[in-house]
Design a protein around this ligand. Structure first.
Ligand code: PNS
Length: 168
């Protein structure tokens, strides 16, 4: 049987347990999942592309079926370079639908041979997003259980910042 593969694109700034859940679900369906990290300098990400790729790579180090790549340009072009015709996107709630629908149909109009597969994460993660994680972490809240342990540590390191000068 030929190998089946899919690409899972996103900003992953940072990767959350919701993303991890989708990658694991993807692995149950496809032989190979390429996690494609968008190089998005316009969005001024908290983590550099290199840091985001490294974190995902470390989380899935024991799974050779997971490949992690950075990309820019059109997703459909990158999917072709990776030799896949399936795009996986996670759908948490109805609020995701409009954006995802627009993106899937735009990708279809650009590349009719590429299909988007929507997968639902575990219900435990329906409220979870990288934005919420960054906000909670930046305000000193705990993100344990929301992101893999090493990501929580990286967030603390990144957001701890320089020591404030005490003014009496
Ligand atoms: O995690 P995100 O930020 O919702 O992921 C968005 C992403 C990376 C999937 C999307 O921005 C993307 O595919 N960008 C690449 C540019 C592209 O192909 N645009 C056309 C589709 S709208």
């Amino acid at each position: 049987m030929p190998e089946t593969s899919a690409i899972y694109p996103g900003s992953f700034d940072p990767i959350t347990n919701g993303h991890v859940d989708i990658i694991e679900r993807g692995l149950a369906v496809f032989d190979r999942v390429v996690v494609a990290v968008l190089k998005n300098p316009k969005k001024r990400p908290l983590f550099t592309t290199k840091e985001r790729v490294r974190m995902i790579h470390d989380i899935f180090a024991s799974k050779k079926e997971v490949e992690v790549r950075a990309f820019d340009g059109l997703l459909v072009d990158f999917a072709r370079v990776q030799g896949t015709r399936v795009v996986i996107r996670g759908l948490r709630a109805v609020s995701d639908f409009e954006y995802e629908f627009q993106m899937a149909l735009m990708n279809r109009s650009l590349a009719p041979d590429i299909e988007t597969f929507f997968m639902m994460p575990s219900v435990n993660y329906t409220f979870l997003s990288s934005n919420v994680v960054r906000e909670v972490a930046s305000l000193g809240g705990s993100v344990d259980g929301l992101v893999p342990g090493p990501v929580a540590r990286k967030l603390r390191d990144k957001l701890r910042g320089p020591k404030k000068v005490q003014i009496p």
